[in-house]
Design a protein. Structure first.
Ligand code: HEM
Length: 360
């Protein structure tokens, strides 16, 4: 299906006008293959899967223009969301190249790249940008190259330097993190920035994951999914802005769960950059409300069981504990095994009404 953008620039703050179309809900990457969830080394080769968010190496969707407007807002307010340590300049240029090549190959109707030696012309019709520049010469671009391309790419980017058998977060543009901060983590090693995560260290997950990542080869990208919950469709849940969004967790009631609580899924992509040997780590964030998710067959029941049985340590770390009772109670109406007779009757009536309207 050709890429189309939302008819308005949606907001991820204040009046929160962000919504998913039925097509976007259908392709939402639900991260729960089973009725329960626990951390694991869930890394797989990034092989394309047509008709899903895995179709292309870098996914562009209907929210592209809205997310780029949100990113510009955050970067203009807080320049420390973009950082490139001096030894990461080559990796920053390689990232720009990776994005421009992927976008122009996979979405040629919106993006084109012409190369003439080091003189490149980039056109981004979605944002009305046409840029001539010389690769390697920062002053031919309006921003430092990583920030330049991150302002045109959905999702956050971290660049990891590989040395001494470890990975170091030495560059990034991070405007929509799930409660962490690039300015705090910059320069840290793999286990240092993962220090706050419960249980996974003891389970050996980070030892195994690091070993895997150090061996990623050029031309063999890998991916994994991670998730949390966010109140309202708010992209910028950075540690820096906790004072703006943390209190929202106290506003959830059984009546507003469906519209307030959003599943936040990160499609994480790891690509070896050939010249610098750095790793590109893309964190492509998808948000959908509970109301949107339960429209898909079986998803409400799955969400109910996962949220009900989530280990307390994970629920605490993800910030869910405060409103978990309301969420689980609301989701229980979609679980055939536990719903009350009244809920079952209402669901049957809803299904009958839907059936009747689709045949009228
Ligand atoms: C090298 C690329 C990676 C980067 C830059 C990265 C970064 C991060 C960051 C910044 C956090 C938040 C920590 C905090 O609370 O301050 C996090 C959480 C986490 N990371 Fe990674 N990570 C990477 C790869 C991986 C891999 C390969 C795994 C595989 C198992 C993994 C597993 C986790 C888990 C389980 C959490 C907790 C998430 C949650 O419960 O919401 N990470 N990661």
């Amino acid at each position: 299906m050709p890429l189309q953008f939302a008819p308005i620039i949606e907001s991820f703050r204040d009046d929160f006008t962000y919504r998913n179309s039925p097509q976007a809900i259908k392709r939402f990457p639900l991260p729960f293959p089973e009725d329960s969830y626990m951390y694991s080394v869930n890394i797989e080769p990034a092989t394309p899967r047509p008709g899903t968010v895995f179709e292309h190496l870098l996914d562009v969707d209907e929210h592209y223009r809205s997310e780029m407007a949100e990113r510009a807002l955050v970067l203009d307010k807080d320049p420390r969301r973009s950082m490139v340590l001096p030894h990461m300049r080559e990796a920053a240029w390689e990232t720009l190249e990776l994005v421009m090549e992927s976008f122009s190959r996979d979405y040629p109707e919106w993006f084109t790249l012409q190369r003439n030696g080091n003189a490149w012309t980039w056109e981004n019709k979605a944002l009305d940008i046409r840029q001539e520049f010389i690769v390697g010469q920062e002053d031919t671009l309006p921003y430092e190259p990583l920030e330049y391309i991150a302002r045109q790419t959905q999702g956050d980017i971290a660049l990891l330097d590989q040395r001494d058998g470890d990975l170091f977060m030495d560059a990034g543009v991070v405007t929509c993190p799930a409660d962490w901060s690039l300015a705090f983590d910059v320069g840290m090693s793999f286990k240092q920035w993962h220090a706050p995560v419960p249980l996974a260290h003891q389970m050996g997950i980070f030892d195994r994951a690091l070993k895997y990542l150090l061996n990623i080869q050029v031309g063999h990208p890998v991916r994994r999914l991670n998730w949390t919950l966010t109140i309202n469709p708010r992209m910028d849940t950075s540690a820096e802005t906790y004072h703006e969004w943390g209190k929202d967790r106290g506003t959830v009631t059984v009546d507003n769960v469906g519209s307030k609580v959003h599943l936040r899924v990160e499609l994480q992509l790891l690509v070896r950059l050939p010249r610098s040997n750095a790793l590109y780590f893309g964190i492509r964030t998808y948000l959908a409300s509970m109301n949107e998710l339960v429209t898909q067959p079986g998803w409400g029941q799955r969400l109910h069981r996962v949220m009900r049985d989530l280990p307390d340590a994970l629920a605490d770390y993800k910030g869910i504990t405060r409103y978990r009772p309301q969420l689980v109670q609301w989701l229980s109406q979609f679980d055939e095994a536990v719903r009350t007779p009244a809920q079952a009757a209402a669901a049957t009536a809803d299904a009958a009404a839907l059936h009747a309207s689709s045949h009228s």
